[in-house]
Write a protein that binds this ligand. Structure first.
Ligand code: FAD
Length: 482
């Protein structure tokens, strides 16, 4: 039986292990830390449970597919439900907006709050998403023949009207008229760590994830996505070895022959790397790469985890509190590479849907702002200042003094994100997509140098975020099968 080694047990690594095992390989996953998940972890504090990293779950069929591959009923492993509210938005002038996942209901709310008609453009965006996703998000784009497919042919009308040299913000201004509504649609650029004033207008398709397929809630927390897949993997004979950080490789004749950890050497026929390529290629493969410039990296995050001794009727699972000057926020974030002075704040509260996540009458808040992927900016003093500012700002929005209501707190900074998940500079999604050409800079899913080395996960094609990491392992399955 042929052997495969997967390096890293993030969502990309575990899903790749399942796919390659199904192709008939004997698979071992080597994970540098003591557990699976990478960025997808959780912890508890004083009776509150917190999702540590990702909080928004979309495209669950990509997880279901992995259970279907083994003829297993997903419901026995992983429970999730659809949630009909994508996000509650709050603006400084007191405007509040509930974004429903149902496209018609969403358009009705926009008409009520801002008097703008968006039905037609929303349907066009959903259509753009459906036609372009197979090309840009589901194909390896490794060879020229990838561009001569039925999907590309069918998408030609969409591809010609994409507005290749227009930014997302310019597109949104043209169609959404109202400044607050433009801000709402601009925010989708942050879903892959980019700047709406720079990223190409094709990024509008990100909004279609919420308004065509919907937003979902894993009933046992975000981490259950990866633990359920790991349970399946173990049942299917995939072996996991923890505290086995891969430090070196041996190669011969254009193939990798073995990888070495501190303790062991592992031989295999195929190797799949789920580690961040910006660490792996220079440090483990010992090759020179063009280190990404700070302005090319996706944003990172400053996250505060708060146990809040209060219950807020106006809040939902996902909530956004906008800054007044969005342009300035993104200039500081991506051009000046500074922590924004007045950041937009995202608050995720899983206890809204799972009461077990917080004591009675209290809520578990995951509070996040976008910050540059630069660990050096985050001294203890700076983190304390930001936390204080964020508490004051949210207290103003909600008219409740959060300085009194937050009863326990922890944080995660780019520095600790980098340390804990071995992600270059703590960037959440690898490179940003601020330029059209950035998509071409992403590491492809097969190595140019070693025929039997493949790459999955957020630092490679097609990009970061759980759904794209799951797509990367599908692409690798196709490449290995070919
Ligand atoms: P990672 O999670 O990066 O894990 C890689 C694994 O490889 C780690 O376990 C690491 O220890 C291991 N490893 C690295 N090097 C080695 C080595 N040499 N040897 C052995 N093992 C190694 N995505 C969403 O979809 N929705 C969200 O709402 C969302 N919000 C986010 C919020 C935050 C705060 C963060 C941090 C991320 C968020 N993301 C979100 C992004 C998402 O979490 C990631 O894109 C995804 O989890 C990355 O998965 P991955 O497969 O790249 O692996």
């Amino acid at each position: 039986m042929k052997k495969a080694i997967v390096i890293g047990a993030g969502i990309g690594g575990v899903s790749a292990a399942l796919r390659i095992n199904k192709l008939g390989y004997d698979v071992t996953v080597l994970e540098g830390t003591d557990t699976v998940g990478g960025k997808l972890k959780e912890f508890s504090m004083d009776g509150f449970r917190f999702d540590r990293g990702p909080s928004l779950f979309t495209l669950p069929h990509l997880v279901e597919e992995l259970f279907e591959l083994y003829n297993k009923d997903v419901k026995h492993y992983f429970k999730y439900k659809k949630h009909d509210i994508a996000t509650n938005y709050f603006y400084k002038d007191g405007t509040q907006f509930t974004s429903y996942t149902d496209a018609e209901k969403f358009a009705d709310e926009i008409r009520k709050v801002w008097g703008v008609e968006v039905n037609e453009i929303m349907h066009q965006i959903i259509d753009d998403y459906k036609k372009t996703s197979p090309i840009f998000l589901e194909s390896g784009l490794t060879k020229i023949t990838d561009l001569f497919t039925k999907e590309v042919f069918e998408a030609l009308p969409v591809l010609t009207r994409l507005g290749w040299f227009e930014t997302l913000h310019q597109f949104n201004k043209k169609y959404f008229k109202n400044d607050q509504l433009v801000q709402l649609f601009d925010r989708y650029a942050t879903y892959n760590g980019s700047n709406p004033y720079k990223t190409p207008s094709i990024m509008r398709v990100i909004s279609a994830l919420e308004h065509s397929d919907g937003v979902f809630f894993p009933e046992e927390g975000m981490r259950s996505i990866i633990t359920s897949l790991t349970t399946l993997a173990e049942e299917e004979g995939i072996k996991f070895k923890f505290n086995e950080k891969v430090k070196a490789v041996k190669h011969q004749g254009g193939d990798i022959k073995e990888v070495a950890t501190q303790n062991n050497v592992y031989h295999a026929d195929v190797f799949i790397c789920n580690a961040d390529v910006n660490f792996f290629i220079p440090e483990v493969l010992n090759e020179k790469i063009k280190t990404p410039k700070p302005k090319e990296l996706s944003s990172s995050a400053m996250v505060f985890y708060w146990g809040v001794d209060h219950s807020f009727e106006e809040l939902d699972l996902h909530n956004i509190f906008f800054s007044d000057d969005y342009k300035k926020e993104f200039t500081q974030l991506f051009e000046e590479l500074k922590i924004p002075e007045d950041p937009t704040i995202y608050v995720h509260i899983s206890s809204k849907l799972n009461k077990k996540d917080a004591p009675k009458g209290a809520e578990n808040w995951f509070v996040m702002i976008n910050v540059p992927a630069n660990p050096e900016l985050f001294t203890d003093q700076k983190v304390a200042e930001i936390e204080n500012f964020v508490k004051s700002k949210l207290s103003e929005f909600l008219k409740v003094d959060l300085h009194q209501k937050v009863i326990c707190s922890k944080n995660w900074t780019p520095k600790t994100i980098e340390n804990d998940t071995l992600s270059w500079k703590g960037a959440l999604y690898g490179l940003n997509s601020n330029k059209l050409t950035h998509a071409l800079y992403r590491q492809r899913n097969q190595s140019n140098k070693y025929k039997n080395l493949y790459f999955v996960g957020g630092s490679v094609h097609p990009g970061g975020g759980i759904p794209l990491c799951l797509n990367s392992s599908k692409i690798v399955e196709t490449l290995i099968n070919e």
